[in-house]
Design a protein around this ligand. Structure first.
Ligand code: KG4
Ligand code: ZN
Length: 344
């Protein structure tokens, strides 16, 4: 199978990122460079990502980031085989900046363009870092998404469960705000929870034990808000109690999806369980899900934290996977604010 060297660009939220990755097939890939500029400081005063500020910062930073990615890889644009960029879903201004830049580079260098779905890129990231055959069970947990999927191939997903309200990362971010912590809240909650007592506060675990594998986090978030309204809180204990509830929910729903996966793919002897997306960077969640996976006969594969949160290496890798299948896009490919994965 032919190896591809792809320049990837990611601008769908508050990270401006470019990377060069080389690889083929089921991976792992070789990350030649992986440059990321986090706009955190720009957004910090507002307690969240401001789309206008994000789009402008992408415009200002992206050219230099692409140059650095190529320089660190020791390549010029002529030496890459294709240019891939996130085409959605995400904040539309930022997505347009990245996709337009990719189109201009592709046109100027005479290279094919690949318009990448950001969710698919998270979903394939474990093939980049670990090397992995299809099919596998995927828990995609990010700021905007919380889904359990059977992944049969590029663009071939089965939906086992999805959140009926908030995403897991969104719950982390909202609870962090309630506790006066900075955005994004996940890493701050994780750090605080290490010093707290997870049994101090009794919090609900919505949908636990229910049929199916759907998630719900909004009742949990509301319960945390109620605790903060009831009087002085011990923040570390509340963070630990919240994180323990999230872990119980993820564990219960994933166990249900594992049974569905085994039923659908009985011929997969030692199935892989993959976690991807920003929340998969959480050490306590990784530990708990690893224990669940081994108890259920699954081999857990999780990309290193830097490849779980938004990055351009996973976009380049998704480009490699699509290029390998001849799936290129015209220069008219649209930027999409919404672009759900398609299910079979
Ligand atoms: O995948 P990602 O970087 O961006 C999206 O595509 O959404 O995910 C960002 C989300 C944020 O909600 C952030 O709070 C959460 O991932 N996150 C974490 C951790 N690191 C990032 N949540 C829990 N624990 C972490 N260590
Ligand atoms: Zn993401």
């Amino acid at each position: 199978m032919r190896a591809w060297t792809v320049l990837g660009i990611e601008t769908s939220c508050d990270e401006t990122a470019a990377a060069v990755v080389r690889g083929a097939g089921s991976g792992p890939g070789e990350i030649l460079s992986n440059i990321i500029f986090s706009q955190l400081e720009e957004h910090r005063p507002y307690g969240g990502v401001v789309p206008e500020i994000a789009a402008r910062a992408h415009v200002e930073m992206l050219d230099g980031i692409v140059e650095r990615a190529l320089a660190e890889a020791g390549l010029n644009l002529g030496a890459v085989d294709a240019v891939a960029a996130t085409a959605g879903p995400g904040l539309i201004g930022g997505v347009m900046v990245g996709l337009l830049t990719a189109k201009a580079l592709a046109l100027a260098a005479g290279k094919p363009l690949i318009a990448v779905n950001h969710l698919e890129a998270h979903g394939l990231s474990a093939r980049l870092s670990e090397g992995l055959e299809f099919p596998f069970l995927l828990l995609l947990v990010s700021g905007g998404h919380c889904q359990l999927l059977g992944v049969e191939g590029v663009g071939r997903f089965r939906l086992y469960g999805t959140t009926i309200d908030d995403a897991a990362g969104e719950a982390f971010d909202k609870v962090a705000k309630l506790l006066g912590l900075d955005y994004p809240g996940g890493p701050h909650i994780e750090a605080l929870a290490r010093e707290g007592n997870p049994k101090r506060y009794k919090l609900p675990r919505p949908l636990l034990g229910r049929e199916g594998a759907d998630f719900s986090f909004s009742g949990l978030k509301t319960a945390v808000r109620q605790v903060t309204l009831d009087g002085a809180v011990q923040a570390a204990d509340l963070a630990a109690s919240f994180q323990a509830a999230v872990i119980d929910i993820l564990r219960d729903r994933t166990r249900a999806a594992m049974a569905m996966f085994v039923r659908d793919f009985p011929q997969t002897p030692s199935p892989a369980f993959v976690m991807a997306g920003g929340v998969a960077a959480n050490g306590a969640i990784r530990f708990a899900m690893g224990a669940l996976a081994s108890a259920q006969g699954f081999a857990m594969k999780v990309p290193p934290p830097a490849l779980c949160t938004d990055n351009a290496a996973m976009i380049a890798w998704a480009g490699i996977e699509r290029a390998g299948l001849g799936l290129f896009d015209p220069l008219s490919a649209p930027a999409r604010a919404r672009w759900p994965l398609e299910f079979r």
